[in-house]
Design a protein around this ligand. Structure first.
Ligand code: NAI
Length: 465
């Protein structure tokens, strides 16, 4: 038994640890229960390590494809070394979070936890009592109904982020975010990657024009291939090594041979104890309202374990963190709600794909003929040309006479960074005129948003109208 806390949090991922830091900063007495390392999947086996590796592969790719810029390099990627550097990045971040928790006087209990009542989390042998509890237990890899999938022990986000050798041929099941990012990483460092996707296009929910451009760019690198309408039905790891992945491709059975197989076919909520504690469940996790309240008074839930919804229901670290802040503010008496209207999403391939707000189709469904899609290609950007990364475009979706920005979609270099300005624009209901009136530094990639806004208002400068 410990002292009574104001807030006890189960799960220390980007939902739970951010909630703990926020609550600690607001002076609450907080306990955080985490069985593994703080930071959760995102910091330890997801977003951060995959980006550390993708930065390695991008540096390698750029270095070995820069002859045109007068740089003649060859060589190969030392994967164990790249993994060691990735581990170092993770260790540094985990250490930083632990220090922050200490500084905010959050008690970190490193134990397997379970919500046993609205006011109690059992952490190993310890009973943690609190006035309010937050469930932030995250998600786990989904095992789809594919024959032999469990026995084949496919790589998942954990396995793929700790390989010691580069597989010559890698088969990826699912062209979702994980399949595309990790597939792109391995193809950039030398694997021949085949991504099998059962739907007619990869990255369901993303702007179809930009997805087409992205696939073209990735396939143009030469070692990456996406096969759509390909439903994987069986996987076998062969005794002598290698894997055989069977798929129905356009209705015909086909077998793909590889050295390894990576599973990226979705994730499912982790519900440690949530059901036992009587929390109502939605289709995809704990049911919550827009203040992250569950069906049980005093119990809140955030992040991947919840059924909280926004367009396409992606499981995203930045959504979980924001939900954590909203849950804490609600517990501490503030009138705050989650707003899922403006959530940026990013796919960290090279080039990157980033989106915020409505797609062109959604906007047309809502606003009809009042919608305009304005495009600016990166090949018309001096900065993108100088970088040697001119694939892709910015697509701006505006509505009405004043060209109010309701969506922005970027496929190109550093789209993940460019989407921040766009996110603010959509949130503040800015117009294309506002973006045009904002002086952007030259030459920058950020100018491409202003150029697209110039197209929107009929004043295109660096492209034909
Ligand atoms: P996902 O749901 O994004 O994609 C899974 C894909 O697998 C779908 O396209 C689906 O049609 C396909 N699929 C399923 N069964 C299949 C089969 N038998 N044969 C062929 N294709 C099949 O899931 P993913 O990529 O595993 O990611 C899980 C979650 O993590 C998502 O919510 C994602 O948004 C999130 N995530 C976000 C990242 C980011 O924001 N950069 C990075 C990684 C993950």
């Amino acid at each position: 038994m410990t002292d009574r806390y104001d807030i006890a949090i189960l799960g220390g991922g980007p939902g739970g640890y951010v909630a703990a830091l926020h609550a600690g900063a607001r002076g609450a007495k907080v306990a955080l229960v985490e069985k593994a390392r703080v930071g959760g999947v995102c910091v330890t086996v997801g977003c951060i390590p995959s980006k550390a590796l993708l930065d390695t592969s991008h540096a390698y790719w750029m270095g070995t494809h820069a002859a045109v810029s007068g740089v003649h390099l060859s060589g190969e990627v030392d994967l164990p070394k790249a993994m060691a550097r990735k581990d170092q990045v993770v260790d540094q971040l985990v250490g930083g979070i632990e220090q922050l928790l200490k500084a905010r006087k959050v008690d970190l209990l490193k134990a397997e936890g379970e919500l046993v009542s609205p006011t109690e989390i059992r952490a190993g042998e310890t009973s943690v009592q609190a006035s309010a509890t937050i469930v932030a237990t995250g998600s786990a890899v989904a095992l789809p109904p594919i024959q032999g999938i469990a026995d084949a022990k496919p790589l998942d986000n954990v396995g793929a982020l700790s390989l010691r050798e580069i597989p010559k041929r890698l088969i990826v099941i699912g062209a979702g975010v994980i399949g595309m990012e990790l597939g792109a990483f391995y193809s950039e460092i030398g694997s021949d990657v085949t991504v099998l996707e059962m739907l007619p296009a990869p990255l369901a929910g993303s702007d179809p024009d930009l997805v087409r451009l992205l696939v073209k760019a990735l396939e143009g690198h030469g070692r990456f291939k996406v096969v759509v309408n390909a439903k994987v039905t069986a996987v076998e790891r062969r005794k002598g090594g290698g894997v055989a992945v069977t798929a129905e491709v356009e209705g015909k059975v086909q077998t793909f041979e590889g050295d390894d197989v990576l599973l990226g076919a979705g994730r499912v909520p982790s519900l440690t104890g949530a059901e036992k504690a009587g929390l109502a469940m939605g289709k995809r996790g704990v049911q919550v309202d827009d203040r992250m309240r569950t069906s049980v008074s005093g119990v809140y839930a955030i992040g991947d374990c919840t059924a909280a919804s926004f367009e396409n229901r992606a499981m995203l670290a930045h959504v979980a963190s924001t939900q954590g802040e909203v849950a804490v503010d609600t517990i501490l008496g503030d009138d705050t709600t989650m707003d899922y209207g403006v959530v940026p999403t990013v796919v960290y391939t090279h080039p990157e794909l980033a989106s915020v707000g409505m797609s062109e189709a959604q906007a047309k469904e809502r606003y009809g003929a009042d919608v305009k899609a304005s495009r600016f290609p990166f090949r018309a950007s001096g900065r993108a040309l100088a970088l040697g990364e001119s694939d892709g475009m910015v697509k701006l979706i505006t509505v009405g006479k004043d060209q109010r920005i309701v969506g922005v979609h970027v496929m190109g270099p550093q789209a993940s960074e460019l989407i921040a300005e766009a996110t603010l624009a959509v949130r503040l209901e800015a117009t294309a005129y506002d973006i045009v009136a904002t002086i952007h530094a030259h030459p920058t990639l950020a100018e491409t948003l202003r150029e697209a806004a110039l197209v929107a208002i009929g004043r295109a400068v660096h492209v034909a109208r």
